[in-house]
Design a protein around this ligand. Structure first.
Ligand SMILES: NC(=O)C1=CN([C@@H]2O[C@H](COP(=O)(O)OP(=O)(O)OC[C@H]3O[C@@H](n4cnc5c(N)ncnc54)[C@H](O)[C@@H]3O)[C@@H](O)[C@H]2O)C=CC1
Ligand SMILES: O=C(O)[C@@H]1CCC=N1
Length: 269
């Protein structure tokens, strides 16, 4: 990350805010002021990172180049108006699920420069993916800054259509939860089959980690890697026949993504 970064204001230092902060820290950052009323947030303080409990505690004259909005969407109406005063120069980067550019601008001022982004928790280890859309008042320099901040935590893709952010939220935003659920289910299945708990846990975790590393290292489609595991007439084929049966996993998964996409739309206003 460039050492010419402006000061940053992070509103909400919870799971996702702290994941972003961790990504910025690894890249080396200028200075970040975190606003979070939770006593747990004090642990985020460190070199170049200051934590305060409320917007009222922000030092007079503090002029962030970017304000990252990482509070729950349900907190937005209460929390955001206090930051409207930074709208003259700062770019606002919202990671709130569902909240539209228009809804955010209604709380910060209609001329506010707003980027709506959807990262995911692997941002904490710089393996995240963020999809972002820029509002109409965002300048090229502000978009470059937002890109630099979001790219510090992994891959970033920009889209033109804001509507894409709803399925993005469902797929990559929430995606780590589905993968962790798979780890839980594999571990439980090992226990159910009588394997020792430590071995069941180790197998589940390393199988996911190793498979992800293989996917990353391979030019092949996921389907080809799956087929490579599936010997005709073998054991995996038998398991996949259950997982891929009518009404089973593929259909359930598509329904789950549809449900999350609809929830993202519901959270919009
Ligand atoms: N957790 C995830 O995987 C992802 C979450 N998001 C979005 O990130 C946002 C934050 O989610 P999480 O980090 O999971 O929630 P969280 O509950 O872990 O963090 C929210 C933080 O906001 C703080 N907070 C509450 N009121 C505040 C206020 N008035 N001013 C400043 N801070 C305040 C809370 O103390 C808490 O630390 C949400 O909008 C969510 O939609 C986006 C992508 C992925
Ligand atoms: O569950 C949520 O609403 C947020 C958005 C994506 C991941 N967590």
């Amino acid at each position: 990350m460039s050492n010419t970064l402006p000061s940053l204001l992070l509103v909400g230092g919870g799971r996702m805010g702290s994941a972003l902060l961790a990504g910025w820290r690894e890249r080396g950052l200028s200075s970040v002021l975190v606003v979070d009323p939770s006593p747990a947030a004090a642990a985020l303080a460190g070199p170049n990172v200051t934590v305060v409990a409320s917007a009222a505690d922000i030092p007079h004259g503090f002029a962030p180049g970017a304000v990252i909005l990482a509070v729950k969407p349900q907190m937005a109406a209460q929390a955001l108006p206090a930051y409207a005063r930074f709208g003259g120069h700062a770019v606002f980067i919202s990671i709130m699920a569902g909240k539209t550019l228009n809804a955010i601008a209604a709380m910060l001022g209609v001329k506010a420069a707003v980027v709506r982004a959807m990262p995911n928790t692997p941002a904490a280890v710089r393996q995240g993916i963020t999809v972002a859309v820029a509002g109409s008042h965002v300048t090229p320099a502000q978009k470059t800054l937002a890109d630099e901040l979001l790219a510090a935590t992994g891959l970033i893709s920009w889209v033109e259509s804001e509507a894409m952010l709803d399925p993005v939220t469902a797929i990559s935003g929430g995606g780590p939860a589905y993968v962790f659920l798979l780890a839980e289910l594999m571990e439980q299945a090992g226990l159910d089959q009588g394997l020792p708990p430590a071995l069941a846990r180790q197998m589940a975790r390393q199988t996911l980690i190793g498979s992800a590393a293989l996917l990353a290292a391979s030019d092949e489609d996921a389907a080809a890697l799956r087929i490579a595991v599936t010997s005709p007439g073998g054991t995996t084929e038998r398991a996949l026949a259950v997982l891929r049966a009518d009404d089973a996993w593929p259909e359930t998964f598509a329904k789950a993504i549809q449900a999350a996409t609809e929830r993202s739309r519901e959270l919009s206003s």
